[in-house]
Design a protein around this ligand. Structure first.
Ligand code: C5P
Length: 413
């Protein structure tokens, strides 16, 4: 549910962020003091920073501190008199490239989740259409409370990035999860969010993900161990980079559909085939990451199959190979990328697939490699095209999604 930032500051990224407008919202937790260092680091990197603090945050840090550091007014009230006349929460909302809330208390998260607008911070947040990042910080019990978790899920589903708090000694003396991340990590996460590219704007991208289910009878089905994480990560990153994404999803490990992605659910290989064919014609890029059954029971019973004392043979028939059939249905220059999961002869088998399925790229992984394959959040792959084989090291599926899309763009631009 959470999204984590990565350590270390990328100089190339920060230099391109000069002049970016960051609205820094501060709510009333003990970690509010760290927001001062965050404001300072952003200003040093060339960002223009304006702050809004809640009345409670003002008990921990003074507006004057932020004003001195940012050289901009720090707002606390919706009815501020000292600023020039305009509707402040609306003009600020339109001004910002990014709205970050550091720290975000359980209270402010609840208000955001429910669309409350009862102070300057929440009113501006509600009016704001730019990217938003929220950094929760609170006592472990408050964080783990189902109410807070539900609120976090709600705001994540609306496209707001929520960064996981770290573990450690909390202000209340408890040890647990709920600490605000270190200032460097917060700043890095802000920079990553600001520097997200829009290089897929205008492109239609189709992604398949998850496992198919082949019905035997109303109770049993044949399936596989795919979690859907890789396909969902590709859909998410493609949408973040500006693509219009259609995700055709089989069964997953209860994954949430990424914000801005159109989803069509398909259960069996045949359902997925038909669903894909319905939408494939307009696609510029197709990434087929679903683990599709190669065989399905010849007969699907509509009553429960009863056991007998003897062994049984279940007759299976071939399913359509969706990927292999696509070339006949797509535009001439549509880029086709498939996946290949093997336990033996990875490169040889995957190169054969590239040719036999007539596609432009195969992302291949050996599920016996540590950290690769089903269920885990990481993957280690080879990207195979007609002219080269790239060895991509172990990384998160989300990061790998970006690498795969970068490589696809190298071929279509
Ligand atoms: O031939 P193999 O199943 O190893 O190929 C895997 C690739 O083909 C994946 O991209 C998968 O989504 C796709 N595929 C498909 N339809 C099938 C079987 C696999 O689209 N029936």
């Amino acid at each position: 549910m959470f999204l984590l930032s990565q350590k270390g500051l990328d100089k190339k990224v920060s230099s391109s962020l000069s002049g970016k407008k960051v609205l820094l919202g501060v709510s009333g937790g003990i970690a509010a003091f760290k927001a001062v260092s965050v404001a300072s680091a952003l200003v040093k990197k060339g960002c223009i920073v304006k702050t809004i603090i809640t009345r409670n945050a003002g008990e921990f840090v003074r507006p004057l501190t932020f004003e001195t550091i940012t050289n901009n007014a720090c707002l606390t009230s919706t009815f501020e008199r000292k600023e020039q006349f305009d509707v402040k929460h609306i003009s600020l909302a339109q001004w910002a490239d990014l709205f970050v809330v550091v720290p975000a208390t359980a209270n402010i998260i609840a208000k955001i989740a429910h669309g409350l607008a009862d102070n300057m911070l929440t009113s501006t947040f509600l009016a704001c259409t730019c990217k938003k990042v929220v950094f929760p910080s609170m006592n472990t019990g408050m964080l783990e409370n189902v109410a807070t978790q539900t609120n976090i899920r709600t705001i994540v589903s609306r496209g707001i990035k929520v960064v996981e708090p770290t573990e450690g000694m909390l202000a209340c003396g408890d040890v647990g999860k709920g600490r605000l991340p270190e200032v460097d990590d917060i700043v890095q996460c802000i920079f990553e969010t600001l520097s997200v590219r829009t290089d897929l704007k205008g492109k239609n991208v189709l992604v398949t993900a998850g496992a198919t289910e082949e019905s035997i009878d109303p109770i049993r089905f044949l399936t596989n161990r795919s979690s859907g994480k890789m396909g969902y990560a590709i859909a998410k990153v493609a949408a973040e980079r500006g693509a219009r994404v259609t995700l055709v999803s089989g069964r997953t490990d209860s994954l949430t559909v990424p914000p801005g992605v159109d989803v069509l659910f398909a259960s069996s290989a045949c359902d997925m085939y038909e669903t894909v064919l319905d939408v494939v014609e307009k696609q510029d890029i197709c990434v087929l990451a679903a683990a599709v059954a190669d065989y399905t029971p010849k007969v699907k019973l509509d009553y429960k199959m009863k056991k007998t004392d003897s062994n049984m043979i279940l007759e299976l028939v071939r399913t359509p190979d969706i990927l292999a059939s696509l070339r006949g249905y797509v535009k001439k220059d549509t880029f086709l990328c498939g996946f290949s999961m093997e336990t033996q002869n990875l490169l040889e088998n995957s190169k054969k697939k590239l040719m036999s399925k007539n596609v432009d790229m195969i992302v291949a992984n050996n599920i016996n490699d540590v950290g690769a394959g089903f269920g885990v959040d990481t993957n280690k792959v080879n990207i195979i095209t007609r002219d080269k084989v790239l060895d991509i090291p172990l990384m998160t599926k989300e990061k790998l999604a970006g690498v795969i899309l970068d490589n696809i763009l190298n071929y279509i631009n």
